[in-house]
Design a protein around this ligand. Structure first.
Ligand SMILES: [Zn+2]
Length: 587
């Protein structure tokens, strides 16, 4: 029976009461409460690039104000590890008549009083608010230079306090862009006027650029992927689309999800040495890579990791606070990055093992090895070793759980991930400890609650299993070194210089002449990796500049390391690779 045509009298009565109460509430608040307020209205942005007198963007926004006559404007403030985007928003003005703009109680946002339901027009400028090189500290901020601009929406878009997750019509018009510039953003390529059907969240969680970019195209199962690149590079630029094609194909193939009519990858050079980073955004990801990379080897990992986040982190959302789930969203992403590269012949088993051994060294030598999950949350962005811990322990835990599943069934960790994706699509399941425990119970009867409690909640040390890398590898303790910079420092103001506060007189930096009170002006550091050389540039008290290179080795430490069992591997190649889900015999 169709339930809509049958109601018992009691239920009908109940519904009438509820309706009556709603009507009473509505009439009480009068026109203050109109259900459609802010829900479906559109936003109209006009963004102009101006090179004079200094490079900036001039933004005009037009929308319909609340029928209450009061609209709050949300100003960019916090995203990623930045917490002062508002500094880049200047000269905010109300252009529509009969209104007033006042600073809101939090000292960042603005309130507009205006005639009820009036069309409101505001204008503001976006200006760079720092000087000096583009490095990890600043690359998420709007970069507006002669010749190009590049920004993430979180640092630029001012918007009314409407529901940011509701899909709405957003028009973006670009002005003042020189004819010979290339333009690309999360929503299209070389379009001067864009009509988006997206939410405010998606508008902000997007990348936008124009200027002297080279835009290349790769084809993935009939859909285009654009690669926007600027600057001078040491690696051959035409190799990047080839790599992108392979990686995107591999990751989408893993998820068996090819539904991406448009995708953009932006790459801009940064001024740090031997450094790279990036983030997945709407229909896109933004990469920041130092221009000293001679080949694309490092980028294989970065591209795959970032692309994997399209699912682990976006299509599969995290429970808040998300820091408590980073071990899954980052650690499992690293686990699958390596695995997908291996399965698609993009790395060898030897490279796979070396990469995982690096993770083990970093984990066992980290001063944060026993940080609790609560500390991961409370110390987020304050302690770089604690920030790294979820990446490391999640990766090791993924190996452990994969072994656990394989011991008792023909399944693998892949089944957990696919089940989760399925649930996320059908019932909007988010990643949480409880949900993962529930899904794991389907695969491992005894469950993993105890593992979660020990290794995540309490931060106990994980021990890599003898069989975690299948029959082709063995694990042994090997001597390595704790990471030791040899000095302590304080960050001084922008541009980010370091002031040396203490120094170990037995360290290589002491021998190289570094002393307390000197200023470090340049550096390349692989944090936590004692076998990777550090490069420092410092200025002594006479103003003399010195460049040094050294290994940041502290005390000795025994760390488990895997080794390929060469003889066994040569004779049983297929069986060894099968452990990792490699089906062909490509490597
Ligand atoms: Zn990540």
């Amino acid at each position: 029976m169709d339930p809509f045509f049958f109601q018992n009298p009691k239920q009908t009565m109940k519904h009438t009461y509820i309706l009556l109460i709603i009507l009473l509430i509505l009439s009480h608040f009068g026109c203050n409460l109109s259900v459609s307020d802010g829900e479906t209205q559109s936003l109209n942005y006009q963004i102009s690039y101006n090179a004079n007198p200094e490079c900036h963007l001039l933004v005009q926004l037009q929308f319909e104000g609340y029928s209450s006559g009061k609209t709050r404007m949300i100003i960019p403030h916090e995203w990623a590890w930045q917490d002062s985007y508002e500094k880049g928003i200047k000269n905010l003005k109300l252009l529509s008549p009969d209104g007033q703009l006042t600073l809101a109680d939090n000292g960042i946002d603005y309130e507009i009083s205006h005639p009820a339901g009036q069309t409101i027009i505001i204008q503001y400028e976006v200006k760079p608010y720092w000087e000096g090189p583009i490095n990890r500290e600043v690359y998420y901020r709007p970069i507006i230079k002669p010749g190009y601009f590049h920004f993430i929406g979180h640092g630029v878009f001012v918007y009314p306090d409407w529901n940011p997750s509701v899909t709405r019509q957003i028009r973006v018009e670009w002005k003042g862009i020189p004819d010979d510039w290339q333009m690309a953003n999360s929503f299209g390529k070389n379009e001067r006027e864009q009509f988006l059907n997206h939410s405010i969240n998606e508008l902000c969680h997007s990348v936008y650029m124009a200027g002297d970019f080279l835009i290349q195209e790769a084809d993935i199962a009939g859909f285009p992927v654009y690669i926007a690149l600027r600057g001078e590079w040491k690696f051959p630029q035409d190799e990047l689309p080839v790599l992108v094609e392979k990686v995107v194909y591999a990751v989408r193939g893993f998820w068996n999800d090819y539904d991406f009519p448009y995708f953009l990858i932006s790459t801009i050079p940064i001024d740090s040495q031997n450094s790279k980073g990036g983030t997945g955004l709407t229909n896109s990801f933004a990469l920041f890579v130092s221009d000293d990379h001679e080949n694309l080897d490092d980028l294989r990992f970065l591209l795959t990791h970032e692309l994997f986040h399209t699912w682990n982190g976006r299509k599969i959302q995290r429970e808040e606070p998300e820091e408590l789930i980073y071990w899954f969203s980052e650690g499992f992403t690293n686990y699958y990055t390596r695995l997908i590269l291996l399965r698609n012949g993009l790395i060898t088993l030897q490279e796979f093992i070396s990469s995982y051994n690096q993770t083990l060294i970093e984990y066992f030598c980290s001063p944060a090895i026993n940080a609790t999950n609560e500390e991961v949350l409370s110390q987020a962005h304050k302690d770089r070793f604690i920030d790294r811990m979820p990446y490391l322990r999640g990766d090791i835990l993924a190996f452990r759980w994969n072994t656990l599943i394989k011991q008792t069934s023909s399944h693998s960790l892949d089944d957990l991930i696919f089940d989760l994706f399925q649930e996320a699509q059908t019932s909007r399941m988010v990643v949480s400890m409880d949900n993962l425990a529930m899904l794991m119970k389907r695969l491992v009867p005894e469950g993993v609650e105890q593992d979660m409690e020990r290794y995540l909640v309490r931060g106990e040390t994980l021990v890599p299993g003898a069989n975690d890398l299948g029959p082709g590898a063995v694990v042994n303790d090997v001597v390595t070194y704790l990471f030791d910079l040899g000095f302590t420092f304080e960050e001084s103001d922008s541009p980010k210089n370091w002031l040396v506060t203490e120094i170990n007189e037995n360290s290589p930096v002491w021998k190289a002449g570094l002393r307390k009170g000197y200023t470090i002006t340049g550096r390349s550091i692989h944090w936590g990796q004692a076998n990777q050389p550090i490069i420092l540039v410092f200025i002594n008290d006479q103003g003399k500049k010195t460049r040094i290179e050294y290994l940041p080795r502290g005390e000795k430490k025994m760390v488990p390391q895997y080794q390929l069992n060469e003889e066994f591997f040569q004779k049983n190649r297929a069986a060894c690779l099968k452990w990792f889900g490699v089906t062909g015999n490509e490597r």
